[in-house]
Write a protein that binds this ligand. Structure first.
Ligand SMILES: [Zn+2]
Length: 119
């Protein structure tokens, strides 16, 4: 059983991570806008550069968006009281594992079994 103290700690970690990602996304967006403004429109090379940068930001946003979903999911599970239990076998996940990997939804043995299946 995961202690309330650990749960609070993980919740704080998740909220901090969430804030960090949101700040990063905002910064990326501002950089793309700055780039557009300083370069102006019409030059073919410049618009190619701008396009490339935009797809870079989009790709990054995709990764960050996936991470955000994981965070939201973990926070929801904390609220529901299902956080910290293995999705496969229902056994509590070790606290050390949760602190290292707050998004873990499987206990170590189920995770290992899953990895053996995959490779
Ligand atoms: Zn398990």
């Amino acid at each position: 059983m995961i202690s309330q103290e650990t749960l609070e700690k993980i919740k704080q970690m998740l909220l901090e991570e969430k804030a960090k990602i949101l700040r990063k996304l905002q910064k990326n967006m501002e950089e793309v806008n700055d780039h557009r403004e300083s370069r102006g429109v019409g030059d073919e090379v410049d618009s190619a550069v701008a396009l490339e940068m935009e797809s870079l930001v989009n790709a990054l946003s995709g990764m960050e968006a996936a991470r955000l979903r994981q965070i939201e999911d973990a926070l929801r599970r904390i609220e529901e009281g299902t956080y910290g239990y293995c999705k496969e076998c229902g056994e509590p996940i070790e606290e050390g594992r949760l602190l290292a990997k707050p998004f873990a939804t499987l206990c170590v043995s189920c995770k290992e079994a899953e990895e053996r299946k995959r490779y």
